[in-house]
Design a protein around this ligand. Structure first.
Ligand code: G6P
Ligand code: ZN
Length: 595
């Protein structure tokens, strides 16, 4: 413990509202320079504290977690937040070593590290997730509540209101900067503390409660098994090294790009600093696994690992591959749920599951067979939190839904061990399933074996997402408005191949726990054979607009299950372009990313 004599004088400075502080799908994200300019960050942080105080959150004397994904300007932002936190009355600030905590680890720390009356009331995560980092790229921040999950909309709306009426900032500006580079407890006058702790251990402890590490260790030691894990220079590096190479005995070198960098490798990296695990950006993993960005098999001339995975900048996303085999996130979710009884976390039975609306309905088929509830929520992990917490002390007296496994098409999968999606958890879930199946079969069972068996039982929801990045925002909005104006009128319309529209609506969600309503969550065209076309505007972009087009076609177990997903959905894409007139609105004739 290091005692520091510090000056806690609270300095109050006048400020004015700054435009553009509306939280999107996941906190606020802007160009780094926007955050660095003037009091942009401070205005938002103060608005959060003001909201929390208004909501009677125990900020005074409380414990706050502050960390991030290690991107450019993270250390500076953390020091600013620490000083403002003390001015708001916080007694203890907790930071991961080097200011690093992955998003799921932050959730684990908020939920589990407490004790002795020190349960954190919440935490700030400095991250723009998979968006590139650097002085010319993106920065972001979001606030998570005492359940470890992202602040729900009713709270983020209040934060937004505060950003529009804020008049002053409070900071203990005379405090020194704290050394974040090693674990240490700093004792400050007046019973205040800053604690820097190992960023991995809390999350690891949670994972040990979920999985049978010994069983997975045996799989990893299997003479025919090999794996590779790409942290894409994001925050996952220290977690990956500890879990895979140290705890589970994977050979050194299993973990690639495992040193977190402020620009996630930057423009010179194979992924151009986009630490986003998908077929387009996870270039090194995709190549090592004997694939190309279309998901086709490519000969590498080298031994291809049996299992490959990657994480994004803040390590809440995951991508799963077998040798020359890509698992779409929607399938990964359905397959984990189908095999949940092999995961110790669910030894007393899986109570339910949930997916975001654009995620394929592969999950629904599994839930139906298992006879467990399956929820469809809007895009954004925050919507799962309410469902997970229902039936617990957070919502006393409410009906118990408690879904335990949730997932999204956007490479997010997780469970109720934390309240964020968890890239490491998803990989461990797959390894656990492979370990148990291998043990039972007496021979190595591959990712592809699991997928094939799944499709034979449930059929296959062929799926693809087209992203049109950086399009003109006004034009994109015009395109959506035109489709919205027509909602319902197209029901019954028939297209080539006999596809007939059954439902055409704008997805609206009524939270079954607190009754809150989220409108305009995506345009849906659902066909009579349950094929789906969905349009959404991304809520995580920074410049212009990103149009997302989600395509899904179901093939029953008796059908052809071995086609290429991108080929199968092409006729749907043609219909989608006709329905939206996307090319004429945006000037684009091809998507930026297909995944
Ligand atoms: C973040 C959220 C996810 C969401 C994803 C895509 O990663 O945590 O819950 O699915 O963004 O959001 P977007 O609005 O860009 O489609
Ligand atoms: Zn992320």
């Amino acid at each position: 413990m290091v005692k520091i004599h510090a000056d806690f004088t609270v300095e109050t400075t006048p400020t004015k509202p700054i435009e553009g502080q509306k939280p999107g799908t996941s906190g606020i994200r802007k160009k780094t320079k926007v955050f660095m300019e003037g009091t942009y960050l401070a205005n938002f942080v103060q608005s959060v504290f003001n909201t929390l105080q208004e909501e009677n959150v125990p900020v005074q004397g409380g414990t706050l977690v502050v960390s991030g994904d290690g991107r450019f300007w993270n250390p500076e932002a953390i020091q600013i937040i620490i000083k403002m936190a003390f001015a708001a009355g916080v007694a203890r600030v907790w930071c991961g070593t080097n200011g690093l905590l992955s998003t799921p680890a932050t959730s684990a720390v908020i939920r589990m590290r407490g004790g002795k009356g020190y349960e954190p009331f919440g935490g700030f995560i400095c991250s723009a997730s998979h968006n590139p980092g650097g002085i010319d790229d993106d920065f972001g921040i979001k606030y998570n509540c005492e359940n470890g999950g992202p602040a729900p909309e009713k709270l983020t709306n209040k934060m937004l209101e505060w950003t529009a009426k804020i008049t002053e900032l409070k900071s203990c500006s005379k405090l020194p900067d704290f050394d974040l580079s090693k674990p240490e407890l700093y004792e400050l006058p007046g019973g205040k503390f800053v604690e820097i702790f190992d960023c991995v251990s809390d999350h690891l402890a949670v994972l040990k409660n979920c999985f049978d590490f010994e069983g997975i260790k045996k799989l990893i030691a299997h003479p025919q098994f090999s794996m590779t894990y790409d942290s894409m220079c994001g925050v996952q590096g220290p977690y990956a090294l500890r879990v895979f190479e140290k705890e589970l005995g994977a050979p050194p070198g299993t973990c690639k790009n495992a040193t977190p960098l402020p620009d996630f490798g930057g423009p010179s990296s194979a992924w151009h600093g986009h630490a986003d695990p998908n077929l387009t950006y996870a270039v090194e993993l995709v190549k090592e696994m004997g694939l190309n960005k279309e998901g086709n098999k490519v000969e590498t001339g080298k031994a291809i690992p049996c299992f490959g995975a990657a994480a994004d900048g803040d390590a809440d996303r995951n991508m799963i591959c077998g040798a020359q085999f890509f698992v779409s996130p929607s399938d990964s979710l359905a397959m984990i749920v189908a095999n949940a009884d092999l995961i110790p976390q669910f030894k007393s039975g899986l109570k339910g599951c949930a997916r975001s609306m654009p995620t394929s309905a592969a999950l629904d088929l599994v839930a139906k067979k298992k006879n467990i509830p399956c929820f469809e929520v809007p895009t954004g992990w925050k919507f799962f939190g309410n469902l997970m917490d229902s039936g617990t002390s957070y919502f006393p007296g409410k009906e118990t839904y408690t879904p335990f496994i949730c997932g999204e098409e956007s490479f997010g999968t997780g469970a109720d061990h934390v309240r964020e999606k968890d890239g490491m958890w998803a990989v461990m879930a797959w390894l656990q399933i492979l370990a148990k199946k291998t043990e039972a079969a007496g021979k190595l069972v591959s990712v592809e074996d699991v997928a094939n068996a799944h499709w034979k039982e449930y059929g296959r929801n062929y799926y693809a997402r087209y992203d049109y990045e950086g399009v003109d925002k006004a034009k994109a909005e015009e395109m959506f408005a035109a489709m919205e104006a027509q909602v319902g009128q197209l029901v019954g319309k028939e297209f080539q191949g006999g596809l007939k529209i059954k439902i055409n609506d704008m997805f609206e969600y009524v939270d079954p726990v607190d009754g809150s309503i989220s409108k305009k969550q995506g345009l849906r065209f659902i066909f009579e054979d349950n094929s789906r076309i969905i349009f959404r505007l991304s809520g995580t972009g920074v410049a212009g607009a990103t149009v997302r087009l989600y395509l899904e076609k179901y093939e029953p177990p008796t059908g052809d299950l071995t086609q290429h997903q991108f080929e199968v959905v092409k006729p749907l894409a043609a219909i989608a372009l006709e329905l939206s007139k996307l090319s004429s609105y945006t000037g684009r004739d091809a998507p930026t990313v297909i995944t």
